[in-house]
Design a protein around this ligand. Structure first.
Ligand code: SF4
Length: 367
């Protein structure tokens, strides 16, 4: 039969040019990718590779590693070679590590112009080395490390200041006929950040890497990132994203994936449709939803599982989902594809849902 039409998105993608970050395309019609950054010392090659493997398994597309010293630079070849996903070296202050990262086989290098003194003199040779090696660059402008000249002109890290810095650095690379770069203009305030990316998006066709920097601990950082990325992605702006959390990087990846899935920018996987419960609830919905979510963690097929507290919206939502329960009177009606297949006592709801979900997932090709 006909393939199902792609799920609707909120806006057409902004037209950006496509660059390569190793095996991952960024920009153009490439899917919006998810990035994170390792927290292990880069010099600890095994720990770093282990964390990269965990990030890869969580659905991370591209990983960045910090390179603050020569010892870190020396670890890059082994990391770049053994990582399952493209590695970006994150370089501040020292242009010499840019060359080291390129030689090490990194897929890309992130440079922060504000933090590389005399950077402007080096752009030509960096562009040449990168082009010869097929390595792309991210121009990573950050509110916390804006060029002094631009800070003096604007007084603080306004959207206009971030964009002026980014466009200036982009022009330096373009003067050397180097175009394989993406840009970020990060700020910790989602309003400033969104405005900066909107302004930047109008100035050129560079692929854009979205980030709210120093977004905070998991709860605040998740909401700041989701709000800011949602505002931009819903206007078609953004080609790759990195959620910054003061939390383990796998959590960043989960949040990033969930943001993209919510906007239909990445195929949805497991989705729990659970009600908030209310005074009508006849079952402890929070516990039920948590237990079902925990029991199905890691499932990769697009299964919608409805967990509903009572019969008001319960049967309706449970019917719309692949699988669901509507609770009442100490029992749970279990729905599969819209049909009640059985009614079980409350204490068997979780195990029944998990068993049915696994059976459905197997039919859908879950390994
Ligand atoms: Fe309340 Fe029932 Fe709706 Fe849940 S499904 S929020 S318990 S009315």
């Amino acid at each position: 039969g006909m393939p199902a039409p792609p799920p609707p998105v909120l806006a057409p993608r902004r037209k950006s040019r496509k660059i390569k970050v190793g095996t991952v395309d960024v920009g153009g019609d490439a899917p919006v990718s998810v990035q994170s950054m390792t927290t292990t010392p880069t010099t600890d090659i095994n720990a770093t590779l282990q964390q990269i493997a965990e990030l890869t398994a969580t659905g991370c597309d591209i990983v960045r590693v910090a390179c603050p010293s020569q010892d870190d630079a020396d670890a890059l070849p082994a990391i770049a070679q053994k990582s399952q996903i493209p590695v970006i070296a994150d370089i501040h202050f020292q242009p010499k590590y840019v060359y080291a990262a390129i030689d090490a086989g990194c897929a890309a290098v992130r440079v922060n112009p504000g933090n590389i003194r005399k950077f402007d003199d080096q752009v030509g040779s960096i562009a040449k080395a990168a082009k010869d090696a097929g390595v792309s660059i991210r121009i990573g402008v950050n509110a916390g490390s804006l060029d002094r000249r631009i800070m003096e002109k604007h007084g603080k890290a306004t959207p206009e200041a971030l964009v002026e810095s980014a466009v200036w650095e982009a022009s330096l690379f373009e003067e050397h006929d180097f175009h394989d770069f993406k840009i970020s203009v990060k700020h910790n305030d989602p309003v400033v950040m969104v405005r900066a990316y909107q302004l930047l998006a109008e100035r050129g066709d560079w692929p854009l890497h979205l980030g709210v920097t120093e977004a905070g601990p998991a709860f605040q950082g998740t909401i700041k990132s989701a709000t800011a990325f949602g505002a931009l992605l819903s206007q078609g702006i953004g080609d790759t994203i990195r959620v910054s959390l003061s939390a383990p990087p796998a959590e960043e990846v989960k949040v990033g994936n969930q943001i993209l899935e919510s906007l239909n920018l990445r195929p949805r996987k497991l989705e729990i449709v659970s009600c908030p419960s209310c005074g009508r609830a006849q079952v402890d919905v929070y516990t039920l939803a948590d237990q079902v979510t925990a029991g199905l963690e890691g499932m990769t097929v697009p299964l919608r599982v409805a967990v509903m507290g009572c019969v008001v919206n319960g049967p309706g939502e449970a019917r719309e989902a692949d699988l669901g329960v509507a609770s009442g009177n100490g029992k749970g009606q279990i729905f599969v594809k819209g049909e009640v297949i059985k009614t079980v006592p409350e204490d068997q709801i979780v195990e029944t849902l998990i068993a049915e979900a696994e059976r459905l997932a197997e039919q859908m090709g879950e390994p």
